[in-house]
Design a protein around this ligand. Sequence first.
Ligand SMILES: O=P(O)(O)OC[C@H]1O[C@](O)(CO)[C@@H](O)[C@@H]1O
Length: 544
Amino acid sequence: MSAPTTLKSWRLLNQLADSHRHDRIADYFDADSKRFEAMSLKVGGLFLDYSKNRVAPPVMQALIDLARDSNLEHRREQMFSGAAINITENRPVLHTALRNQSQRPVEVEGQDVMPAVRASLDKIKTFTHQVRDGQWRGPTGKRIRHIVNIGIGGSDLGPNMVCRALLDYQRADLDVHFVSNVDGRHLKKVLRGLDPEATLFVVSTKTFATQETLLNAQSAKRWLCKNSRCSDQEVGQHFVAVSTNKEAALEFGIREENTFEFWDWVGGRYSLWSSIGLPIALAVGFDAFSELLEGAYDMDRHFVEAPFEANMPVILALMGIWNSNFLGAETQAIIPYDQALHQLPAFLQQLDMESNGKSVDLNGNTVEHATGPIVWGQTGSNGQHAFFQLLHQGTRFVPVDFIASLKADEEVAEHHFALLTNMLAQASALMNGDTQENHLSYAGCPGNRPSNVLLLDELSPRNVGALIALYEHKVFVQGVIWNINSFDQWGVQLGKRLANDISRNIQSNTDNYDASTRGLMGIVNRGLRPETGDSGDLKVGSGT
Ligand SMILES: O=P(O)(O)OC[C@H]1O[C@](O)(CO)[C@@H](O)[C@@H]1O
């Protein structure tokens, strides 16, 4: 496909952005009393209100045309049918197969992958029951009370976010923890107070080659050997692995029967539906995990079947493209008004920024337009007392996604009422600002700032599954329109290579580094190894 900037609809959108530059969103509601009904959608347990975007009807039409001109229908069909759309890695992108509830086969190189997907779910189911029913015990006979997932990026953020979101579905006698940072204090903090003989480690890593995860897993093994009555041979009973690289897992010492597979056609940041979701199933039970998959499947069906005008992922994607490519927004704020969704911004940061943080298109050309926004966020109402000042009065234009669930426990009803009324107030304040005459004073809020509001009937596994699939497909649609590959992440390799180089060279071979890096290497080296010479000039602490 040629660059989107060459498309007629794209050029029209540029003209419309100019001609509507001074529009006020609030005026659209005066002009059309049915705007809220026209610009909101309900899909399953999710409700999206996108009427508070600076989008006049001709803009909406041109955006829909842009989706059509971008061959989105064909690209979507290619993804669902297993075409190798991840062209730089020559892989299909089939996270949707992991939650395919139909009997429809999904082929990869002519092979239906669904039998393997179902077999993997059966293994997760059996293992989950064994652990939760107390049949799976450590070699010293104790049942498992603590699950510790060791993984990073897509092997952490998804399961971590979902486990936090579904806290109400978890049992008090089985707790789930996540260790990701290579900083040893993360593992130390998590292991503090855990009974090693009642702890199960899930080593989650697609490649089984990620430094952070391997270092943390080795340290966890040492901790278990040192602090339990297990022999070296028995330690294996406390470790399972989730990976596409079974050989490496076996080499690490994981028993064959304790390995859970998945496949290279599943991107890390799209992998929580696979065995990478094992910690979720262990935390909330296999039935709730299945409901999560079913919710995502419902969203897949909607994405494939609904016309673009009433297609929630497509609409959300187009609002983002209008705000960033035509109105100049650099960032996208994600503000969940639900404490249980506090990990959602971090999860969406990887999903969106690792997918669409690209500047070379599918033809290998440098793009001439903005691509993935900077995604950031924090829970509301905390954000109100932190950065909302800038959202209301700052010079920057920040589109916001507000996300909340309607249902809450009786015991926190008063809190929940305050939470939701604050969210509604913030979305309204961003759009309307305050009265005219105040605008020039330091207390005035200019308003005219867009937001989407996403309401979940309740924070159930099904709705959480649908919510995540919604954003996965939003990211996909934007990648198609920007004509980039949303499914590789070559940009992360350089830093990893350099880290290996530096750790090899830091003691004796720093000449080939720039002066700043060389200087810092010296300081760090002296900090880490005081015996290598005085650190008179700058104390960086012992580090050991
Ligand atoms: O699951 P793995 O192979 O350990 O990789 C972890 C993460 O590292 C990345 O490759 C980025 O470095 C992510 O794409 C991935 O989710």
